[in-house]
Design a binder for this molecule. Structure first.
Ligand code: NAP
Length: 280
């Protein structure tokens, strides 16, 4: 190399050899958070005001009065995976965090496909499932429809700790009396004939759940295996009262790079997402 006249034997000083610190001005990373969960709200709080990120939170619009968020928010579906990919390009999104509910599998499938198509890195916050503990009397069901059948023929007093979207599945088991807790009244029909609605938003308290189950003479609980702490009190209450729980299993939810918490999602954004191969 040194014999090549085209290459000077004493190279010109570089920024590095002069030990001049090099700082690359980098604009804030444009991030989309797919939300609607406690984790998404926690993530929004963590990165709001962080100059490294310019984030927008997307909600499905399932509740008419969602919690106020510290980030710019958009509401409603994108119109499928291809439309989401287009939106990511139009908005110059550089990374996506899927922080949607464990039972929201369609938006996650769309996110995986859209990020792949648009070449945008994707991380998914995966909330651990609840596991049965000593004293739990769980029966697993693959869907709300299967849970309705699993209630059996004999009339029972049933607590439904589900989203309002699942209530219509229980219209096929009209022999039972249902107490359903929802954030907003259901629009869907048909609904079970004997249905009492309680409107409330978590987190819930174990002792209050025990009192509710006793007051309502509940003899079986139906729950989705949502995981997390906000709605776990009903499972603890069922354990204390020795009530059976019909636990609806999670759907197969597609994911990008898996992280376990909002804090891990921030670390991924800060240290890994920019270096990730484009796409998922
Ligand atoms: P989904 O079946 O995964 O999504 C259905 C469609 O809603 C998606 O294809 C998408 O429409 C739109 N969507 C969902 N989440 C979105 C978001 N964060 N931003 C923009 N659009 C979004 O989810 P789901 O119908 O809302 O709920 C399914 C299950 O998850 C139910 O059991 C529900 O109780 C539970 N869950 C959902 C939420 C929530 O915030 N979505 C919260 C708690 C529990 P396009 O295809 O048009 O883009």
């Amino acid at each position: 190399m040194g014999d090549n006249p085209a290459i000077p034997s004493s190279p010109m000083p570089t920024m590095d050899s002069q030990r001049v610190p090099v700082q690359f001005a980098r604009s804030a990373m444009r991030v989309l958070i797919l939300g609607g969960t406690t984790e998404a709200s926690q993530l929004a709080t963590l990165i709001a005001g962080d100059p490294r990120f310019d984030a927008i939170l997307s909600l499905a619009g399932r509740t008419s009065a969602p919690k106020t968020q510290p980030l710019r928010t958009r509401t409603g579906g994108f119109g499928g995976a291809a439309a989401l990919a287009q939106w990511l390009g139009d908005e110059k999104i550089e990374a996506v965090i899927d922080a949607t509910h464990p039972f929201a599998d369609r938006i996650s499938a769309n996110a995986v496909a859209a990020c792949r198509q648009a070449g945008v890195p994707l991380a998914s916050i995966v909330r651990p499932q609840w596991r049965a503990q000593t004293g739990d009397r769980w029966q697993s069901a693959p869907s709300a429809e299967a849970a309705a059948i699993a209630l059996g023929d004999r009339p029972r007093r049933v607590f439904l700790g589900l989203g309002r979207q699942e209530l219509s599945a229980f219209a096929r088991a009209q022999q039972h009396h249902y107490v359903a807790r929802v954030i907003e009244p259901p629009e869907a029909s048909p609904l079970p004939r004997h249905l009492a609605l309680l409107q409330a938003r978590g987190p819930f308290d174990r002792d209050a759940e025990i009192k509710l189950f006793k007051d309502e003479k509940i003899d079986v609980v139906v729950s989705k295996n949502s995981g997390g702490s906000a709605t776990y009190a009903k499972i603890e209450a069922a354990r204390v009262l020795q009530l059976p729980v019909i636990m609806i299993a999670r759907p197969n939810k597609p994911a990008g790079h898996t992280v376990a918490s909002p804090e891990e999602a921030v670390a991924w954004l800060a240290h890994e997402a920019p270096r990730s191969p484009r796409g998922v």
